[in-house]
Ligand binder design. Structure first.
Ligand code: KG4
Ligand code: ZN
Length: 334
């Protein structure tokens, strides 16, 4: 069956057509990024995000249909991200999807954004089956989720403060590298020494939780100190050491939890999952610990509608459909 999915939770307006069944075939996955606009402000401005979604959603959906070479009449169901995210941004996608599903008289499926990110792993990895452990690391979330079945999730660890992506964005800003932080730090780190600085790695005795505010503060203090003393700031070394610190904590914790829970498969999701060092470290650690390691390609790690279609399919076959009173929700746990 063909699912048309819509994603508008943050600063990307995306629509995708995915042929769903035993395998998932992405017929189109159009992503209109607003990054160039938000860059001017050093981060996402919610009001601007909502307006931009309104401006381009029709065009993005039309393009998704045209690229997939289908018409509205060929679509079997509409899936849309309804939570969590910027409420004004979510509302644009939710209202568009509701109207479309009503007009076409086809099912509407309300998808949780993080469940969508996790489901990106099923695209291109036909042999992946639950149970598996998934590290979800994005601009708003850093969690390790035990995926017990297609609809049963258990959070094993979460951040006590900043999300990993948020820390990347903040450090990139103080280093003057721009927004979003992940890709620019990854690029800058290529010329740096990851062991130049040992930034703090926080862990807790009683849980697997993360904390990234300590490393963030430590990097910021170091930059201030160097600047006050009139010294050059070794941007590449700081970027490389910061990236190594965050990615190594995430990678080791994912492997540690999988082993403790006797889960043999680990996966990645969310924007930070596109990070090449994180993937490299996990390839190494999963090999050492004899774990299977699956990950989506980078374009399916950052926000996109194809992942929403896949999650929508699992919900639809479980008759989990939404009504036309569906609303957007800013904060919602898995
Ligand atoms: O999943 P996503 O596209 O949006 C949210 O749901 O938040 O994630 C965006 C986050 C941003 O914080 C961005 O800096 C980070 O993912 N990111 C990366 C990389 N690409 C994007 N972080 C590290 N390395 C990357 N290559
Ligand atoms: Zn996301």
């Amino acid at each position: 069956m063909k699912i048309l999915a819509i994603e508008s939770s943050c600063d990307e307006t995306s629509a995708a057509v995915v042929e769903c069944g035993e395998v998932f075939e992405v017929k189109s996955n159009i992503i209109a990024s607003q990054i160039d606009i938000h860059k001017l402000y050093g981060g996402v401005v919610p009001e601007i995000a909502s307006r931009k979604h309104i401006e381009c959603i029709s065009q993005v959906v039309d393009e998704a249909l045209a690229t997939a070479e289908v018409a509205f009449k060929d679509i079997d169901a509409i899936a849309v991200t309804y939570a969590p995210g910027l409420v004004g941004a979510l509302l644009v996608g939710v209202n568009y999807a509701k109207s479309l599903a009503y007009a076409l008289d086809i099912p509407l499926i309300a998808v949780h954004h993080i469940e969508g990110h996790i489901c990106a792993n099923y695209i291109d990895n036909a042999d992946l089956k639950p149970p598996f452990m998934c590290l979800v690391a994005s601009g708003g979330h850093s969690t390790i989720v035990k995926v017990k079945s297609d609809s049963e999730y258990q959070i094993m660890a979460r951040t006590r403060d900043d999300a990993a992506g948020e820390a990347f964005d903040k450090i990139a800003r103080v280093l003057g590298l721009g927004y979003p932080g992940g890709p620019v730090i990854q690029n800058t780190a290529k010329n740096g020494n990851p062991e130049a600085f040992a930034f703090p790695r926080v862990s807790f005795d009683d849980s697997y939780d993360f904390s990234f505010s300590g490393v963030k503060t430590s990097v910021i203090n170091m930059i201030h100190k160097l600047t006050q003393q009139g010294n050059d700031v070794p941007v590449s070394d700081i970027a490389a050491s910061f990236q190594y610190c965050v990615c190594d904590v995430l990678a080791k914790r994912l492997v540690q939890i999988a082993k403790a829970e006797n889960i043999k498969t680990i996966t990645l999701a969310g924007g930070v999952a596109a990070n090449s060092l994180l993937r490299e470290l996990l390839l190494k650690y999963s090999h050492e610990e004899e774990l299977d390691f699956y990950y989506p390609k980078p374009v399916l790690c950052t926000d996109n509608a194809a992942m929403i279609a896949v999650r929508g399919y699992f919900m639809l076959i479980n008759q989990n459909v939404a009504k036309t009173d569906l609303n957007a929700v800013a904060t919602k746990d898995l």
